[in-house]
Design a protein around this ligand. Structure first.
Ligand SMILES: NC(=O)c1ccc[n+]([C@@H]2O[C@H](COP(=O)([O-])OP(=O)(O)OC[C@H]3O[C@@H](n4cnc5c(N)ncnc54)[C@H](OP(=O)(O)O)[C@@H]3O)[C@@H](O)[C@H]2O)c1
Length: 332
């Protein structure tokens, strides 16, 4: 049994604000693990919305929950891929040396050399996939999988419009919808059209020159990862009985501009349109389904850029630009 090192390098968050000001690489204690946990030697992680939102500390309303002046959990990141270092006494099916991918969940802590994760939120890493791709697939891939497969119930011929098709969630959703036989329309910016086409989208809408809400086409499903239009306006292009999936904290008009739009759509409804949110469950079953899609090559992870751990602040800043062109990864 390998001995756990007492200290490690991790990216510590000292306050809220600009990533370069509040994130720094430092030595800290290796996390301890509970009976159902696994200690993972992290090889890669990636940046997701909860990471940059917690770095920014916005909206203020969440601060009583996460820490008033600085986050109670000082290390960001939840996606992980790496090698099992140690397992808790109740963990079965995983052993030191196994290559895994998954999530640390709400405890975060992935921007570090070692992270503790519940065993139930880890699965064997997809064979032949780089740690970087495996880590970057987790939150975006599971969100896309649950949105497309379970919430939208996409099948052969379903007409799906994906707004924000070039982002972390969108690049995965386009490919998963195609794998399920859908006819996919991807909405993205000019610089991303070739990327989204290469992922298999049947039709493209460049939002800089065309407004998808004015389309004469009708769709069975809209997965809206941007919410730059009021849901009522977007839903006009849905076929009768269609499904609208609002999935963005939004940033057109400011950070978290999407929250009131999501709330209004869910609480007040959109006429005959079904409105459903995505709540992706991180569990072994969903990770295994994602692994299959990755191993068969039906889904590829688009890494826009990979940063080393000591450049984690730059990685978060990149995400805050809101045009990542795929996933932003951090290699450890
Ligand atoms: N339900 C969940 O558990 C869950 C999990 C993860 C994420 N999310 C949500 O999913 C959303 C997307 O996340 P992500 O990681 O995919 O984000 P991301 O990687 O930053 O992607 C942003 C997308 O928005 C597009 N975009 C940027 N500015 C735009 C504008 N002015 N008009 C139209 N489109 C614009 C970008 O297109 P171009 O780059 O082509 O311009 C890109 O496709 C987030 O808001 C997040 O809240 C939800």
């Amino acid at each position: 049994m390998p001995t756990n090192p007492p200290v490690m390098q991790a990216v510590i968050q000292d306050g809220y604000g600009v990533p370069e000001r509040v994130l720094r690489l430092a030595e800290t204690a290796v996390p301890s693990i509970g009976a159902g946990d696994v200690l993972v030697r992290v090889r890669a992680t990636s940046v997701n919305t909860p990471d940059w939102a917690t770095v920014a500390g916005a909206p203020y309303i969440m601060r009583p929950g996460i820490g008033l002046r600085r986050p109670r959990r000082p290390v960001r990141g939840s996606d992980i891929a790496g090698v099992v270092q140690a397992v808790g006494q109740h963990v079965t099916g995983l052993a030191p040396g196994d290559e895994v991918f998954g999530s640390t969940g709400a405890r975060a802590g992935a921007f570090a050399q070692y992270a503790a994760a519940p065993a139930a939120q880890l699965a064997t890493k997809p064979a032949g996939l780089a740690f970087t791709d495996a880590a970057a697939s987790v939150m975006s891939g599971l969100t896309a999988l649950v949105a497309v497969r379970d919430v939208a119930r996409v099948s052969a011929g379903t007409r799906v419009l994906i707004n924000g098709a070039s982002g972390g969630v969108g690049t995965m959703a386009v490919q998963i919808a195609k794998a399920l036989g859908a006819e996919v329309t991807g909405v993205c910016g000019t610089g991303s059209t070739e990327l989204v086409r290469s992922l298999g989208a049947d039709h493209l809408i460049d939002y800089t020159t065309e407004d998808f809400t004015q389309s004469t086409q009708r769709f069975d499903v809209i997965l809206d990862n941007v919410l730059n239009h009021p849901p009522k306006t977007a839903a006009r292009v849905l076929a009768p009985g269609g499904t609208f999936i609002p999935n963005s904290l939004g940033y057109t008009g400011g950070l978290f501009a999407g929250l009131p739009r999501m709330a209004r759509a869910v609480l007040m409804g959109l006429g005959s349109t079904t409105v459903r949110l995505v709540r992706p469950a991180v569990n072994r079953e969903n990770l295994t389904a994602l692994r299959r899609l990755l191993e068969t090559g039906q889904v590829k992870v688009v890494i826009a850029q990979a940063y080393p751990l000591d450049k984690a602040a730059a990685a978060v800043t990149h995400m805050l630009g809101h045009h990542p062109g795929g996933k932003i990864a951090i290699e450890v």
